[in-house]
Ligand binder design. Structure first.
Ligand SMILES: [Zn+2]
Length: 179
């Protein structure tokens, strides 16, 4: 039995689950449900959900917020030893910020074929003209990440049709409240 927590190696799914909890919080707050965490040396140094509506700020995407937290935690804008986990493929703004921050790796859940900028619609993270390339891994817990997004927009459509608030459906696969 491993007594020392530092010896436990957390995998990508572990951190994506934490990002999913953040996305759930976004949904509860009426924000488009995207959650992100920043991880360094196996430790979470930033966690946030999309807060565009709450902050009335188009740049308040979950990824931007966790990068700001990670830079503060490191006292350095260079995030070359930081991995970002996010439930949806980053947009052009966030992918660009990741390149500028020299993020080591981005791990995302659901791909965004329409506007994803980590290889789906655009490849900003891998563009050869950029000074830094961000390693990309997609599709981690994709069904869960997709579910929370689809459920959010399904409820939104119903609400606009009926004028009534529709209760959030909990994803049984996620379980618990966690973080
Ligand atoms: Zn974004």
């Amino acid at each position: 039995m491993i007594e020392d927590e530092r010896l436990i190696v957390f995998d990508d799914e572990h951190f994506m689950k934490i990002a999913l909890r953040q996305a759930e919080r976004a949904a509860e707050a009426g924000e488009v449900p995207v959650g992100a965490v920043a991880v360094r040396d196996g430790q979470v140094i930033g966690r946030a959900w999309n807060q565009v509506e709450m902050l009335k700020d188009a740049t308040a995407h979950a990824e931007i917020l966790v990068m700001t937290q990670a830079s503060a935690a490191k006292s350095d804008w260079r995030l070359d030893d930081v991995d970002i986990y996010v439930t949806k493929e980053p947009c052009a703004m966030c992918a660009g910020a990741m390149v500028n921050s020299r993020v080591r790796r981005v791990v995302y859940g659901m791909a965004d074929p329409r506007a994803g900028a980590a290889g789906s619609a655009l490849d900003i993270t891998g563009f050869s003209g950029m000074l830094h390339r961000v390693e990309v891994k997609g599709g981690v817990l994709e069904p869960e990440c997709k579910f929370i997004m689809q459920d959010f927009f399904r409820r939104r459509r119903l609400e606009s049709q009926t004028g009534k608030t529709v209760c959030q459906v909990n994803n049984p696969e996620l379980g618990g409240n966690g973080e």
